[in-house]
Ligand binder design. Structure first.
Ligand code: NAP
Ligand code: COA
Length: 266
């Protein structure tokens, strides 16, 4: 049964970074529908207030705060405000990211640094600063990584490097914080429909069709697919799971499954 239909997160507090849109907003909304109080952050005060309102309009408790994940003091302040409002945090999801398509030679040092700063350093900042506010033992930390972490991709050197760093950070923090009863995992989404990420990576119908034709399950995933797994990782069903990179990607990481994968007659 869908985790979204049950109050599996009742009484819990979740903090979601990069939550003004897309996948992370979908996760924040799903956390709230599953019973959690939710704190959302992003750079834009206006966008994050609107995102929090989509949740409070459904009758759930939500607080939207402006904070840039590259700014450790701002992240610390937002986490402090979250804990002051709702108490200790049970779930922290770090998903803020930036992406653009550019060859390494078409990217300035600052362009490369910008994406590493948002994705990798930002994730360290969010997870590191959250530790003192966590409900321990039992807290669930989740980062949003991507297939680029393990699959080199043309014109994605910045994202590949940053997301590979997130995968390793996930495993290192899982080792260090496991003894405190804090689980640290990551979700690696495949191409997800109706997101800024895919608008940037596959802006035309043709590009979208070409991607789908190479995925084992032959389709994009949905925000709900990611939200369901974030909820799963935050319940007792996942109490023995830490240091894991959970692919929710239709088989994308397996490689190119294009063409007539199943021979004629079968
Ligand atoms: P999105 O809608 O653009 O989400 C990115 C979020 O990060 C926005 O809410 C943005 O809000 C926030 N953000 C950006 N820079 C920030 C900063 N410095 N500090 C705080 N917040 C910041 O993109 P999405 O496609 O849904 O992607 C969400 C996550 O999924 C990302 O981690 C991405 O790498 C991952 N992912 C996506 C796909 C996909 O198919 N879309 C596939 C694999 C992985 P503001 O602009 O308001 O700051
Ligand atoms: N090609 C090459 N370089 C680019 C670029 C592109 N398409 N877009 C931005 N850059 C470079 C800029 O030129 C700048 O480098 P410079 O100072 O040497 O000129 C650097 O990246 C930073 O750009 P800036 O616009 O100042 O950064 P920002 O912090 O305001 O925004 C981005 C960050 C660039 C990642 C922006 O695209 C963003 O806000 N993205 C969030 C949404 C998103 O990417 N969603 C998908 C998530 S998967």
């Amino acid at each position: 049964m869908s985790a979204l239909k049950e109050q599996v997160l009742a009484g819990k507090t979740a903090f979601v970074a990069g939550a003004s849109s897309g996948i992370n907003l979908g996760v924040a909304q799903a956390f709230a529908r599953a019973g959690a109080r939710v704190v959302l952050i992003s750079r834009s005060a206006e966008k994050i207030a609107a995102a929090a309102k989509t949740i409070s309009d459904e009758g759930h408790e939500a607080l939207g705060l402006a904070a840039d994940v590259r700014d450790y003091a701002a992240v610390e302040a937002a986490l402090g405000q979250a804990a002051e409002r709702f108490g200790k945090l049970d779930i922290v999801l770090s998903g803020a990211a930036g992406n653009f398509v550019a060859p390494a030679l078409g990217m300035s040092a600052n362009g490369f640094k910008t994406v590493v700063d948002i994705d990798l350093i930002g994730t360290f900042n969010v997870l590191r600063a959250s530790f003192q506010h966590l409900n321990r033992p039992g807290a669930s930390l989740i980062s949003i990584t991507a297939g680029q972490a393990v699959r080199p991709s043309l014109y994605q050197a910045h994202v590949c490097a940053a997301k590979a760093g997130i995968n390793m950070l996930t495993k290192c923090l899982a080792m260090e914080w496991g003894p405190a009863g804090v689980r640290v995992n990551a979700i690696s989404p495949g191409p997800i429909a109706d997101t800024e990420g895919m608008r940037r990576l596959a802006p035309t119908d043709q590009a979208e069709a070409a991607i789908k034709a190479r995925i084992a399950l032959r389709d994009y995933g949905t925000k709900t697919d990611i939200a369901e797994m974030a909820i799963f990782l935050s319940t007792d069903s996942a109490k023995y799971i830490t240091g894991t990179i959970l692919n929710v990607d239709g088989g994308s990481e397996l490689g190119d499954a294009g063409g007539n994968a199943i021979p004629e007659g079968f």
